[in-house]
Design a protein around this ligand. Structure first.
Ligand code: B16
Ligand code: MG
Length: 216
């Protein structure tokens, strides 16, 4: 049977959260806002604009729209500078194997990410060709937990959403998959991603037998 396997990007395929953190930290420092790794967790799976709003709320700081726009541009330029040297070594453990297995089994493979930088990241890490379709922050109007990103991916693959499986590291992403009536697989901590149908620490914990069961 052909199923739709939809992958989130940051935290699932690559760990770009560390680069987002460094770039947001500069924005926060310029505003005298204390921004910690713990705060960074709040930004996972969240859009760029909403991330800035969260940081401003944390510091109880108000700025004009023009200043917000400047900060968003600055943050992204800074973030992109960390991606310049990115290569396939940044692909998270076990991801390659799963992608290869799904390709061999002729399954639908899609990206469903909130990032507007998804394509260059997939290109730099050399895995763009694995994806039959890509839905990212440029293609959707509603952010996760709205299921738009995943529903669009299933639609582009021409596969019933009920036959879709989503790999996600964020709570909002798991909720989006559940709302879309897709099977949700959390990548990370079970205590955080408890709303997921299954949770694995990383892809090395997912074996071919499990994938076969998902395919049915
Ligand atoms: P960008 P995902 C999300 O990607 C990140 O988790 C989140 O931290 C980031 O703010 C968002 O993309 C937007 O990214 O600034 O590159 O457009 O986890 O949905 O793949
Ligand atoms: Mg993510």
């Amino acid at each position: 049977m052909k199923k739709a396997f939809i992958f989130d990007l940051d935290g699932v395929i690559v760990d770009t959260a560390k680069y987002h953190f460094l770039a947001w930290q500069k924005v926060a420092q310029a505003l005298n806002i204390n921004f910690t790794h713990e705060h960074n967790e709040l930004l996972k799976g969240v859009s760029r604009v909403r991330s800035l709003e969260i940081i401003l709320e944390l510091g109880n700081v108000q700025v004009s729209q023009a200043d917000k726009d400047k900060m968003l541009i600055q943050k992204n330029e800074d973030y992109l500078s960390y991606l310049v040297d990115m290569d396939e070594s940044e692909i998270l453990p076990g991801v390659f194997k799963i992608l290869q297995l799904l390709k061999e089994k002729n399954q639908g493979i899609a990206l469903g990410s909130a990032s507007k930088n998804a394509r260059p990241i997939l290109e730099k890490t050399g895995i763009l060709s694995y994806f039959d379709t890509i839905v990212d922050g440029n293609d959707v109007t509603n952010a996760k937990p709205d299921p738009e990103v995943f529903l669009k991916a299933a639609q582009l693959l021409d596969i019933d959403p009920k036959k879709a499986i989503v790999f996600e590291d964020s709570v909002a992403g798991i909720q989006a998959a559940n709302i879309a009536e897709m099977l949700s697989i959390g990548i990370g901590e079970g205590t955080i991603l408890y709303e997921a149908d299954f949770v694995f620490k990383d892809f090395t914990e997912i074996n071919p037998v499990f994938i076969d069961k998902l395919i049915g």
